[in-house]
Design a protein around this ligand. Structure first.
Ligand SMILES: C[S@@+](CC[C@H](N)C(=O)[O-])C[C@H]1O[C@@H](n2cnc3c(N)ncnc32)[C@H](O)[C@@H]1O
Length: 246
């Protein structure tokens, strides 16, 4: 495969992408000038150079982030876009605890799974679950404002999320995957009620540093659950659990 290197002003690239949204890999930014690579030559513009690349398609795709030009965010078609109205409720996706849940859900969720998002906040995890192929998705929160935000964000993303005001103890039944991005103090009170709703696995996040992690693992053991995967980012932990012995 060949890649073609160009140098254009950012506004020129923006106009070009608005007309012809091809994937672009930004190589260098020098003031308003961008040096970038594309994998199909651009019509009517002479490239600075071109070169043969031998990476596979998958590696090639990893080089492409979104490109922001004024009001536009140009995103390659293989990325899943999530719209979250900022400032409406916790959960923009920028906190490590939320990012860890998204990664863990990606590894855990199966097509058609039912999902309960405990402490849904902005609804980001509920929305991501739908985009990952979940079936029924329920977001529960003790905050009316959070549920309003979750409902509006779900509409923005064109996905269906059921919302419930309350605590997990008020729910019956079970969900294939229960995701809860809360904090240790809340897990200390709510964990038995959360685990009662787990059909297959739970993803628990909002755990800071190793002492909190050990406390959570201890609580889980007391309830007959054990961790089968732990992710960490900046001292925050996300734990996936199933029934002990499963
Ligand atoms: C840290 S935010 C997580 C938001 C979002 N799920 C995310 O991952 O970005 C925690 C949310 O849990 C809610 N919450 C706190 N205690 C709760 C409880 N006992 N039951 C249900 N929701 C609770 C809060 O109102 C808040 O919206």
């Amino acid at each position: 495969m060949r890649r073609y290197i160009y140098r254009l002003r950012e506004d020129e690239l923006g106009e070009l992408l608005a007309e012809n949204p091809v994937p672009v890999e930004i190589l260098n930014r020098d003031g308003e000038w961008l040096t970038f690579a594309v994998y199909d030559p651009l019509e009517g513009i002479e490239p600075l150079s071109s070169e043969e690349v031998d990476e596979g398609w998958k590696d090639w795709r990893q080089g492409f982030g979104p490109v922001e030009v004024d009001d536009f965010l140009i995103v390659p078609p293989w990325k899943k876009v999530v719209f979250i109205n900022p400032g409406m409720a916790f959960g923009t996706g920028f906190h490590p605890t939320t990012r860890l849940c998204i990664r863990m859900l990606k590894e855990t969720l199966k097509e058609g799974d039912s999902i309960l998002d405990v402490g849904t906040g902005s609804g980001v995890l509920a929305i991501v679950s739908r985009l990952l192929g979940a079936g029924r998705v329920v977001g529960i929160d003790i905050s009316k404002d959070a549920l309003r935000a979750c409902e509006e964000n779900a509409r923005l993303n064109g996905v269906e999320v059921e919302t419930l005001l309350g605590r997990p103890g008020e729910l019956a039944g079970s969900f294939d995957v229960v995701v809860a991005n809360l904090e240790l103090q809340i897990f200390e009170k709510e964990l038995p009620d959360i685990l009662r709703l787990v059909g297959r696995q739970a993803v628990l996040s909002g755990i800071y540093r190793r002492d909190e992690l050990l406390s959570l693992l201890d609580l889980l053991g007391q309830e007959g659950f054990q961790a089968d995967r732990i992710l960490e980012e900046e001292d925050w932990y996300c734990v996936r659990v199933g029934h002990a012995g499963d």
